[in-house]
Design a protein around this ligand. Structure first.
Ligand code: GLU
Length: 284
């Protein structure tokens, strides 16, 4: 593989069957990888070991192959790399940028004052940031379920300082221009209670480990990119080029989702759709 070859990725979470929205993202990624003389990798984002299932992984690979999309082996499965994510979290912890949070969902909802982040989740008001060291140690020792949050104010300050210290600050959208990140997201979770990582941490680390040069994904993840660029600066990782594509919507103008009963590619196939029908419907 030439060092300068663009590397793209399609990174589904196997918590259901793929639908037209996934097909659009996979075809979009494949189209741009080809146009730029690059390759597209498949990554299975299965950090949620309860909701993600092996049969959904097998089905996703089959559905993609049915569409004409195959990927180099080995396919990276995030659930096999928890130790790597834990090590990255340790780097942030050592820098003093993570703090333990013991709040339950209802605590957070009650304290958020109704403010929500771009994912629609309540913005965390920083309750546990104010705990003393002794209180933290007591709760950790008592085995109270814990998640680790990024101290956004500290993290953005540190990232700005690192960037300013560089001889050549990142040309595209420097972190210090992204002033609204802390207000928009609050102190995001970096290590969840139920799994030793989070979407933001694992996606950022994996894009670097896999040498991804171009991230093509849906507009629903547009604001998340700010967090990923921040984590890249803190962990000393390169920033890929980001491109967020339009989302495929159902007739009620809702984003497709298995939870809303959107038809899967398998359903469409059972109804007689061919891969060409899918491509034509999606404009490829
Ligand atoms: N796994 C994410 C999803 O299925 C996509 C992550 C990404 O492309 O950054 O929505």
């Amino acid at each position: 593989m030439a060092a300068s070859q663009p590397i793209f990725r399609f990174a589904p979470s196997p918590n259901g069957y793929l639908h037209l929205g996934h097909a659009y993202s996979a075809l979009f990624t494949d189209c741009w990888a080809r146009k730029m003389g690059g390759i597209a990798l498949l990554r299975i984002e299965d950090i949620d070991t309860v909701r993600c299932r092996p049969d959904f992984i097998t089905a996703a690979i089959e559905d993609l192959a049915w569409l004409g999309l195959t990927y180099p082996e080995p396919v990276r499965r995030q659930s096999r790399h928890f130790a790597d994510y834990a090590a990255a979290a340790d780097i942030l912890r050592t820098k003093g940028l993570l703090y333990p949070c013991f709040c339950s969902r209802s605590d957070i909802r009650a304290a958020s004052g109704g403010q929500t982040d771009p994912d629609g989740a309540p913005i965390y008001p920083g309750t546990c940031k104010r705990l003393s060291m002794a209180e933290r140690q007591g709760l950790l020792a008592a085995g109270v379920p814990v998640q680790w949050r990024l101290d956004m104010a500290g993290a953005t300050a540190e990232a700005c300082a690192l960037e300013i210290a560089q001889a050549e600050p990142s040309p595209a959208d420097p972190i210090r221009m992204r002033k609204a990140v802390p207000e928009r997201w609050g102190d995001v979770v970096i290590v969840r209670k139920d799994t030793p990582t989070s979407y933001h941490l694992s996606v950022t680390l994996d894009d670097a480990v896999q040498g991804i040069t171009h991230v093509t994904r849906g507009m629903d993840l547009y604001w998340s990119t700010d967090i990923h660029v921040l984590l890249q600066a803190l962990l000393g990782l390169p920033s890929p080029v980001y491109c967020h594509h339009t989302l495929i919507r159902d007739p009620h103008d809702e984003k497709l989702a298995k939870s809303r009963g959107s038809q899967s590619l398998r359903d469409l196939r059972a109804l007689g759709w061919t891969p060409e029908d899918v491509r034509e419907r999606l404009g490829f």
